[in-house]
Ligand binder design. Structure first.
Ligand SMILES: Cc1cc2nc3c(=O)[nH]c(=O)nc-3n(C[C@H](O)[C@H](O)[C@H](O)COP(=O)(O)O)c2cc1C
Length: 218
């Protein structure tokens, strides 16, 4: 399918079929989409937790109480839930880990190229650490690139998905002990198959502002 048709066809899933399980191949592809997402300076300032078991999904559902209870059935009935987290800190150990991987992957042949890459990436990190909005804002923006990759990739594979910002991030961070890991949850994605007789969005037309409203040619 043409990518533009895909964007028109995909819809946020509001109710999942609890009997439907994604295949191992589909889950592997989802893992690849997350890992292969691009990020500024290739800093990859994220971590993704995957929950497909009852107990895993129950942990994620810790963030879906109170005002967010409306999202709980999506978390519980989806085949897979991804918790997309941003890094709250990027210390030199982490930056060197990224650099070592790039060297291993054959991107930086000379010592000079390696030193330069480390200097540039560290420079970006320090700049964002000192900015008013801070490092987390920068990390979070990168996480949302991975969100876009995941949503479009899932649609291409015929997997239904619901992005979820309606959750209590503090409660979920607590349940997953994220602060100690230098992480904080940003957005969830529930994936599986729509239960179309209960999924009110499945039968509704899409709505977007007109091109003339959101795009201006300079
Ligand atoms: C970042 C983000 C957060 C969202 N959070 C929720 C949510 O918590 N619950 C929900 O049912 N839908 C959520 N949505 C779905 C949006 O309402 C939906 O994408 C939008 O209305 C456009 O509809 P479409 O995805 O079917 O094209 C979210 C979407 C995005 C991109």
């Amino acid at each position: 399918m043409h990518i533009v048709d895909l964007t028109q066809q995909r819809k946020t899933t509001k109710a999942f079929d609890p009997a439907h399980q994604l295949s191992q191949e589909e889950v592997s592809a989802i893992r690849a989409l997350l890992r292969m997402s691009p990020s500024s300076t290739n800093a990859q300032p994220w971590h993704f937790f995957l929950a497909s078991t009852e107990s895993g999904k129950a942990k994620v559902a810790a963030g879906a109480s109170g005002d967010f209870a409306y999202n709980e059935p999506k978390i519980k009935n989806a085949s897979l839930v991804v918790v997309m987290c941003a890094r709250t800190r990027m210390d030199d150990d982490y930056l060197r880990q990224v650099l070592e991987q790039e060297i291993k992957d054959g991107r930086l042949a000379t010592a000079e190229a390696q030193a330069n890459q480390h200097k540039v990436r560290s420079g970006y990190v320090h700049k964002h650490e000192q900015s008013q909005v801070g490092l987390l804002q920068w990390s979070a923006r990168q996480v949302y690139i991975a969100l876009g990759f995941l949503l479009l990739g899932a649609a291409e594979m015929g997997i239904d998905a619901c992005p979820i910002e309606g959750f209590d991030a503090a409660a979920l961070d607590n349940a997953l002990n994220l602060q100690a890991q230098g992480l904080t949850s940003q957005v969830l994605v529930a994936l599986g198959r729509s239960k179309s007789d209960q999924d009110f969005n499945a039968g509704l037309p899409k709505s977007r502002l007109a091109e003339s409203v959101v795009i201006t040619e300079l």
